[in-house]
Write a protein that binds this ligand. Structure first.
Ligand SMILES: Cc1cc2nc3c(=O)[nH]c(=O)nc-3n(C[C@H](O)[C@H](O)[C@H](O)COP(=O)(O)OP(=O)(O)OC[C@H]3O[C@@H](n4cnc5c(N)ncnc54)[C@H](O)[C@@H]3O)c2cc1C
Length: 293
């Protein structure tokens, strides 16, 4: 099912993000979690591409397994990293053959150690070029719904919020059906982003990305990488609980439950959970919010 139809239905659209594990054992466990999560009736599951050090070929296998065997709707992430147009066409062909109907179209990050993104020859410099390319393909132009990334606190390479939003508008106008945001912890950033986006003429659903705090150092690492501000309440909890994992998880679930409730009450069209393949916290938040019913 296309994500645009899912959002048109009007219910809060809940989705989960996974990354393809590096080992066959990890992959088996992921399928077990996905099968358990199916009971929660997520609208779709998305599978990252080349992120968290996984190999890109795994995305296609994992995404088609989750969709076609486990039976949950999916979106396959796709980045421009190291790909020429011809290679992207080949990947689109494989996704279409696997009956994948939704793609999260991204530029991707520069390789480790490099500060600037450099496209390969005949590749794409921005995600908007990838979106435009997919839409212009005679065979695949309309075969996929496309989600793009948005940054409530600005993208790390473009801290000028006005300019970053202009770039998002170009990306959406090129043919995106929805925006999933980068993780954030303060809802004010999201609501301000949505307001600015609407004023700029971006009308597609803008879905907040939620990462429950389950491990202090990990959240600090991700926040630094994404340029996300850690509010005082989370900082104090990380300091206070230190290595006490149970307490930090309990805090993280409580914080994310309050955050999600605030987002849905404020009109967010859904929630996209960055699960880091750990679905326990997400399941608990889901049940706290009454979404499991
Ligand atoms: C929901 C979500 C899912 C993600 N999934 C993955 C994944 O699976 N794999 C992975 O490797 N990474 C993933 N990422 C990370 C993402 O690849 C990085 O944030 C990357 O640095 C930017 O990707 P983008 O698609 O937003 O790029 P772009 O939209 O191209 O933006 C990148 C930068 O270029 C600027 N820019 C855009 N267009 C223009 C223009 N026309 N002129 C000048 N500047 C411009 C933007 O302001 C921004 O600073 C994800 C991020 C999010 C939010």
């Amino acid at each position: 099912m296309r994500i645009s139809s899912i959002y048109r239905a009007g219910q809060p659209v809940i989705s989960f993000e996974f990354f393809p594990p590096k080992t066959p054992e990890g992959e088996r466990k992921l399928y077990e979690s996905a099968a358990e999560l199916k009971e929660l009736h997520p609208a779709f599951v998305s599978v990252t591409y080349g992120a968290m050090g996984n190999t890109q070929a795994n995305t296609l296998r994992v995404v088609s397994e989750i969709r076609n065997r486990i039976g949950i709707e999916t979106a396959a992430h796709l980045t421009c990293v190291a790909h020429s147009r011809g290679e992207i066409s080949g990947i689109l062909e494989k996704l279409a053959a696997a009956r994948i109907e939704n793609i999260v179209a991204l530029r991707g990050d520069p390789p480790q150690g490099e500060t600037e993104f450099r496209p390969v020859a005949d590749g794409f410099r921005h995600a908007s070029e990838l979106v435009k390319f997919i839409r212009s393909c005679s065979r695949f132009g309309e075969a996929f719904d496309l989600i793009v990334a948005g940054y409530p606190e600005g993208h790390p390479e473009c801290r000028d919020l006005r300019k970053d939003l202009e770039h998002l508008k170009i990306k959406v106008d090129a043919g995106a059906n929805a925006v999933n945001t980068q993780l954030f912890f303060e809802n004010g950033f999201y609501f301000d982003f949505v307001e600015r986006a609407r004023k700029a003429g971006i009308t597609v659903p803008i879905v907040p990305g939620i990462m429950p705090v389950t491990h202090g150092p990990q959240i600090e690492k991700f926040s630094k990488m994404c340029g996300t501000k850690i509010p005082g309440e989370i900082r104090r909890a990380i300091e206070r609980f230190g290595d006490d994992q149970d307490s930090i998880i309990r805090f993280g679930i409580d914080y994310a439950t309050r955050q999600c409730r605030g987002l849905l009450d404020g009109g967010a069209p859904g929630l996209h959970f960055y699960t880091l393949n750990q679905s326990r916290a997400t399941r608990k938040i889901y049940s706290n919010l009454g979404l499991a019913d």
